[in-house]
Write a protein that binds this ligand. Structure first.
Ligand code: ADP
Length: 317
């Protein structure tokens, strides 16, 4: 087979490990593997080169993506995707593996509908693809968030402060939920829990009156202006309060062993599925087993793990 691979949307640690797994397992199966730079934009522009085993040496432990990533909103137009199909035809590439999040999956689905054999691999720190228990990059981002929250807890305790920490996740609360649980946050606010500001302020005030030295509030991005929230907490609760936005630091760094393992397993699985003639699917891991799901289903599935953890938060925080 002649397989193209691209990374698209937000980058995530472990994308390189996934590219390596695809190239190495593809070549071992007698395939030719082509790297496509800068996501769908590079595909449309024909930024395509064949990869050797050596081209993916020493990238396993590197964050980011050697292929680069880019956003191309115009990919929603059929005439733009037709240009992508032409490039694939020009290079005689018969199958495409895309690594990214739900936007990337939507692009893959549209290509599949146009007759391109396509497989999606979940590569995003947000863990917002419900057809897999974990996305590649989530473990690393979680580690980064936990390390930062632990450090903020140390200084918050010394100064008797309340710390509000905004983590990424786009519209998915998993990063906040998992990092909040792992770091013993007093409050975890996600899209799923919603923000009851009045209750939060009252709770923090009673905590302060009860003599608790600090409070950690972990909140997902895109919920509220955390700097304004910190001002309101300070005005009402008696705590000095600081907001910290962890931001893009969560996207970088060497992937954790969990992300490297997931990358290797899903990369090989995608190549194997193409050999079996399975396309138009998203691969993932569920209860530690490799699974595939039609992309259109993957895009609408609900994440059940989050519901279980959200219930745990109510009991443990
Ligand atoms: P992610 O894959 O991380 O969710 P984006 O939402 O930015 O990231 O999507 C990545 C790319 O996928 C977009 O820049 C675009 O090229 C493509 N894409 C997103 N939505 C669609 C769509 N509705 N139709 C076709 N392509 C899309």
């Amino acid at each position: 087979m002649r397989i193209g691979v691209l990374t698209s949307g937000g980058d995530a640690p472990g994308m390189n490990a996934t590219i390596r797994a695809i190239v190495r397992t593809g070549i071992a199966s007698g395939d030719q593997v082509f790297g496509i730079s800068d996501g769908y934009r590079g595909l449309v522009e024909g930024k395509i080169v064949e990869f050797t085993r050596k081209d993916v040496s020493e990238i396993l432990s590197r964050g980011g993506t050697i292929l680069g990533t880019a956003r191309l909103p115009e990919f929603k137009y059929e005439q733009v995707r037709a240009l992508a199909c032409k490039q694939l035809e020009k290079y005689d590439i018969d199958s495409l593996i895309v690594i990214g999040g739900d936007g990337t999956y939507t692009g893959a689905l549209r290509l599949h509908e146009m007759g391109i054999k396509t497989i999606g691999i979940p590569g995003t720190i947000d863990n917002d693809i419900a057809s897999t228990d974990y996305t590649i990059g989530f473990s690393t981002a979680l580690n980064t968030a936990c390390e930062a929250i632990d450090k903020l807890r140390d200084t918050s305790s010394s100064h008797q402060r309340c710390s509000i920490i905004e983590v990424m996740g786009r519209h998915c609360g998993d990063l906040a939920l998992y990092s909040g649980l792992c770091c013993g946050a007093e409050y975890i606010i996600t899209n799923e829990t919603g923000l009851d500001k009045e209750k939060l302020l009252k709770d923090l005030k009673s905590n302060r009156l009860a003599g608790r030295r600090h409070a950690i509030v972990v909140i997902s991005e895109n919920i509220t202006d955390v700097h304004q929230l910190a001002k309101d907490v300070e005005a009402y609760s008696g705590y000095e309060c600081r907001a910290t936005v962890l931001g893009y630091v969560q996207r970088g760094g060497a992937p954790t062993p969990e992300d490297r393992l997931l990358a290797a397993r899903l990369g090989k699985y995608a190549v194997d599925l193409l050999h079996e003639g399975v396309t138009g699917v998203a691969v993932g891991i569920r209860q530690n087993e490799l699974r595939y799901t039609p992309i259109e289903e993957a895009l609408i599935m609900q994440n059940e793990t989050s519901v279980e953890l959200a219930n745990l938060v109510k009991k443990i925080s």
